[in-house]
Design a protein around this ligand. Structure first.
Ligand SMILES: Nc1ncnc2c1ncn2[C@@H]1O[C@H](COP(=O)(O)OP(=O)(O)O)[C@@H](O)[C@H]1O
Ligand SMILES: [Mg+2]
Length: 467
């Protein structure tokens, strides 16, 4: 029965009740209960692996290979099967190519932040697609931090076993050790405790620190920390970076693919399951459309910053304000004794929801590129009507199973997402081999020439970075 209301508090009560019963909430619930049930054909798996079909066919004959499931006349694999198949591939003593790009002992943990001050510019969508791309195309163990109290990005990953609603959800500001508002000392979590904040998701190897209301409250608490005399307690802008470093040092990569093969040549399923949870190969952070102290922490923790941004004239003025605020924050940090040192990296603006029906958006991209081609990615997210259905259900294009009539437009969006993600990988994790999707996008867009800083010319310098 519908609840009546007569003032703001009773309206809020009634609205909570009404919204949670609405049909689209039911759709969300269905998404959650069916999460990652998507199955992939061997042709799709071949594309993920970037190899010949014969390679996958041979792998499928391994005695420990997942059997998959026959759908129609085809054998199909789940995301879990695909990850395991990569591990099996590289565990074989005779394996020569790399299929599973887990971090090796001693290798650094890249942290990628997607941030901009505007809402609705596809920050969360870009973060979710990047995370799933790194799982599907490289087999990485991805850590995703949802830095937004609205928890949009979390919705792409939760299923009906992970609750993210409610005030008691532990968020990344808890991971950072932000105390209750009014307390003047940071919480120093032991590394084992830090590991608990990373919650498993239905995606193999992908762990999430969900978004939630606690992020909002943390800014007040952080303000209190600045009110102490202790200069160490005052350094509130680097709490995430310090916690991530401590977690990383306590959870290094130990297992290599070869360790997953027993003396009898059989695959060690249990060691594999343990290795999936052993560490992370990359951290991706999605942020809210605001630059608070909590958000500043994500940028200080980052190796690379990606700024998703729509290209309308007014959007650029928001972008300008955002960049100016960052500059102010940085000059404040530099004034600190022992300031943080940012790593060498090439951040970039990522144009999103680009409208191709007029040339306004493309002209804006061109204008920024004319000023400095390195600042902005010429590989952008295009507006897609076809993929909008998937997003409405909080499914990525990689996960969504479209009705037959929508297959082509969804595939077009997958191609687009691959190109963007390939460009992000080239910038943010140059040690991974690029897959050529970004290059193909450029060749379609500029059939007669190179794009300064991005085409052939860009590649050698990126490879040098990796060396
Ligand atoms: N390329 C695109 N084509 C169509 N709709 C898009 C596209 N990118 C994002 N959207 C839609 O825009 C809205 C905002 O996206 P979201 O990722 O939540 O933005 P943000 O995190 O920046 O607030 C969502 O409803 C999403 O479905
Ligand atoms: Mg968002």
């Amino acid at each position: 029965m519908a609840k009546s209301f007569h003032n703001i508090p009773s309206f809020v009560e009634a609205a909570i009740d009404c919204v949670s019963r609405a049909a689209s909430s039911a759709r969300m619930h269905r998404t959650q209960s069916l999460r990652v049930l998507r199955r992939y054909s061997i042709a799709e798996v071949t594309e993920f692996f970037g190899c010949d079909r014969s390679f996958v066919n041979a792998l499928m004959k391994h005695p420990d290979a997942p059997e998959g499931e026959i759908r129609g006349r085809e054998r199909t694999l789940s995301v879990h099967d695909i990850m395991k198949l990569r591990a099996i591939a590289d565990s074989r003593p005779e394996a020569r190519r790399t299929t599973l790009y887990w971090r090796k002992p001693g290798e650094d943990l890249p942290v990628i932040v997607l941030s901009s001050q505007k809402g609705g510019v596809a920050k969360s969508l870009s973060s979710a697609h990047l995370a799933q791309y790194l799982t599907l195309y490289y087999g990485l163990r991805v850590g995703l931090i949802d830095g937004d109290p609205q928890a949009t990005c979390s919705l792409y990953f939760v299923d009906d076993t992970t609750s993210i609603a409610g005030y008691d959800v532990e968020v990344y500001t808890d991971f950072m050790g932000v105390p209750e508002a009014g307390q003047r000392e940071k919480i120093h979590h032991a590394p084992d405790r830090l590991n608990v904040f990373w919650r498993p998701t239905p995606w193999p190897g992908l762990r999430l620190i969900p978004g939630g209301a606690g992020i909002q409250e943390a800014d007040i608490a952080m303000y209190y920390l600045t009110q102490t005399e202790d200069p160490e307690q005052k350094k509130i802008y680097r709490m995430l970076r310090d916690s991530l470093d401590r977690w990383r040092d306590a959870h290094p990569p130990r297992t290599t693919a070869k360790d997953l093969s027993g003396p009898d040549g059989r695959f060690r399923h249990e060691s594999y399951e343990a290795a999936l949870k052993e560490t992370l190969d990359v951290v991706i952070i999605d942020t809210p459309p605001s630059l608070t102290l909590a958000t500043l922490n994500t940028i200080v923790a980052a190796d690379t910053l990606i700024i998703p941004q729509t290209m309308k004239g007014f959007d650029l003025s928001t972008l300008h304000i955002y960049l100016a605020s960052l500059r102010d924050y940085f000059s404040f940090i530099e004034g600190d004794t022992n300031p943080v040192k940012f790593k060498d990296a090439k951040p970039m603006i990522l144009p999103t929801i680009v409208n191709r029906s007029s040339d306004t958006d493309l002209r804006t991209i061109g204008e920024i590129m004319a000023g400095n081609p390195d600042i902005i990615s010429p590989i952008y997210y295009q507006y897609s009507e076809g993929a909008a259905n998937a997003f409405r259900e909080f499914k990525s294009a990689y996960e969504y199973e479209p009705p037959k009539t929508r297959k082509a437009s969804l595939q077009a969006f997958i191609d687009n997402a691959n190109a963007v993600n390939d460009a992000i990988v080239m910038r943010a994790i140059p040690s991974l081999p690029a897959r050529g999707y970004a290059q193909a996008f450029l060749e379609r867009l500029f059939p007669d020439g190179e794009v300064e800083g991005w085409s052939q010319k860009a590649k050698p310098s990126l490879e040098e970075d990796a060396a």
